[in-house]
Write a protein that binds this ligand. Structure first.
Ligand code: EPU
Length: 451
């Protein structure tokens, strides 16, 4: 498809201001939460991304009225008349996103049954859903896996449970939250994920009437309630998109102010950015400080000139270095002097994109061993999950095919940093998680055009 190719004339530092809106990985879950309410919910600052369209479609199929609100980015979801959808209708969304799995609890509460299509999402490892299914069964759900998808019912209702996740999975924690809030009795979840997006989802559920306690040591306790109501919420900003632009500033020796980015969600990233030699200025409290509306702040990121420094890093669950920050940052690390190490401990196959960087002149070697940090779940299991990056390398243009969302953005950054003209194929995949990325590139002075 010719329209899915971006021609990138690289070598120009990106300079200027762009804005990030609500986090993709919260907004989609907040939309699912709206299904649990007995009155309409309003979500603000919703980005125009493909994942939002997919969840809107799924909600609409189940009788939720989804409309645009008065404000730009406002979404109104009215779940007053939730109804069953046919398997065929739902299956239209098969393979488009991983969010449908989170509809299980809310649909079981609202309808007593649910059908979940085959999941999609990025191909970054096997991405099993065993924690989700295990938890749902503990709540009393009957789960029947068929070749067409997953049928669920709850003949005796859903009841609170004592659960412990084998790994602090973001999705499984959300599954438990979205199911436990209306299950009868108390649920205790151990080894829960505590990402800022999870805490924001808990805030939303509390606004809806839920009773949720977040204890120390990854323990979350949920007291089920008989009914929940609509919410009004402005989501946390997208810290993955913010970090992606920050990495782009570094890789292209530019300067990007990311309006809307917030320090407290990105502290681990900011420390790493500074260690590498990137500069940053935080103004996320500008409106609160100055009282001047319309003077929104954020975080400005720039390359101060000179050489960047190599680092050893590993990805981890919060408060560690996010797995989704890894790919864009590795592009910047190809420009750092010395040997950097990136140990990916969240997904087992998230380094495949480095091959394309090597074709562009980078020197990156991937290993099966757990390098540069603590041994992880993937050590000695044959997964290529550690990368050694030797730099600085001069990147040159290439024809690239985008493999998944974050790796895709990393490829784009590499093309922008490289000398010459690259063609980036499959670029529409980036729309799954980056709002208006082409307009933003233009605003930053990038020389790109559709083929
Ligand atoms: N896992 C299992 N079994 C399960 C669930 C997870 O083994 O039932 C494993 C996964 O295979 C993985 C690890 O646990 O190795 C962590 O997965 P997690 O469940 O935390 O990830 P997720 O909920 O599927 C979300 C984001 C990802 C982000 C991860 C980690 C959404 C829609 N996706 O995925 O975002 O990388 O958390 O923070 O929220 C992206 O935005 O590009 C993206 C991939």
């Amino acid at each position: 498809m010719t329209e899915d190719v971006l021609v990138v004339h690289g070598g120009t530092p990106l300079q200027g201001q762009i804005r990030v809106r609500g986090a993709k990985n919260l907004v989609s879950k907040a939309m699912v939460a709206a299904l649990l309410g007995e009155s309409p919910s309003r979500l603000f600052d919703v980005p125009r991304i493909r994942d939002v369209e997919v969840v809107s479609g799924l909600l609409e199929l189940h009788g939720v009225k989804v409309t645009a609100g008065v404000e730009d980015g406002e979404l109104v979801m009215d779940p007053t008349n939730v109804e069953s959808a046919s398997t065929d209708e739902i299956n239209v969304h098969a393979g488009s996103s991983r969010i449908p799995i989170l509809l299980c609890g809310p649909l079981l509460h609202r309808l007593g049954h649910a059908f979940i299509p085959d999941l999609g999402g990025c191909h970054i490892g096997p991405r099993p859903i065993d924690f989700h299914i295990g938890a749902l069964r503990e709540f009393g759900a009957v789960v029947d896996k068929t070749p067409e998808g997953m049928h669920l019912s709850a003949p005796n209702g859903l009841h609170g449970a004592k659960l412990e996740l084998p790994y602090p999975s973001v999705g499984a924690t959300e599954q438990v939250l979205l199911t436990a809030v209306r299950a009868e009795g108390v649920t205790e979840l151990r080894n829960a994920a505590i990402e800022p997006e999870i805490i924001d989802l808990i805030c939303i559920l509390q606004k809806m009437g839920a009773i949720i306690k977040v204890h120390t040591d990854r323990v979350i306790e949920i007291q089920g309630v008989p009914r929940l109501y609509g919410y009004e919420h402005k989501p946390i900003p997208d810290r993955i998109e913010a970090a992606s632009w920050a990495a782009a500033a570094l890789a292209t020796r530019g300067e990007i102010e990311v309006l809307g980015a917030r320090q407290q969600d990105m502290m681990t990233f900011l420390n790493v950015y500074r260690s590498i030699g990137g500069e940053l200025k935080i103004t996320d409290d500008r409106v609160a400080r100055t009282g001047v509306s319309g003077s929104e702040g954020g975080i400005k990121f720039w390359h101060p000139g000179g050489e960047l420094k190599a680092v050893a890093l590993e990805t981890d669950v919060h408060p560690g270095f996010m797995t989704d920050w890894q790919q864009p940052l590795v592009v910047a690390l190809t420009q750092a002097r010395g040997i950097s190490i990136m140990h990916e401990t969240v997904y087992e196959q998230r380094l495949g994109y480095t091959e394309a960087l090597n074709q562009m002149g980078a020197t990156i070697q991937v290993y099966r061993d757990c390098l540069g940090g603590t041994p992880c779940r993937f050590g000695r299991r044959n997964f290529m999950h550690s990368a050694v990056i030797a730099g600085p390398s001069k990147l040159h243009a290439a024809d690239l095919r985008i493999p998944d969302l974050r790796a895709g953005f990393a490829h784009l950054i590499a093309a922008l940093a490289a000398e010459g003209t690259s063609r980036v194929y499959g670029v529409n995949l980036i729309k799954r998680g980056y709002e208006d990325f082409e307009a933003k590139l233009a605003a930053l002075g990038a020389h790109v055009e559709r083929l």
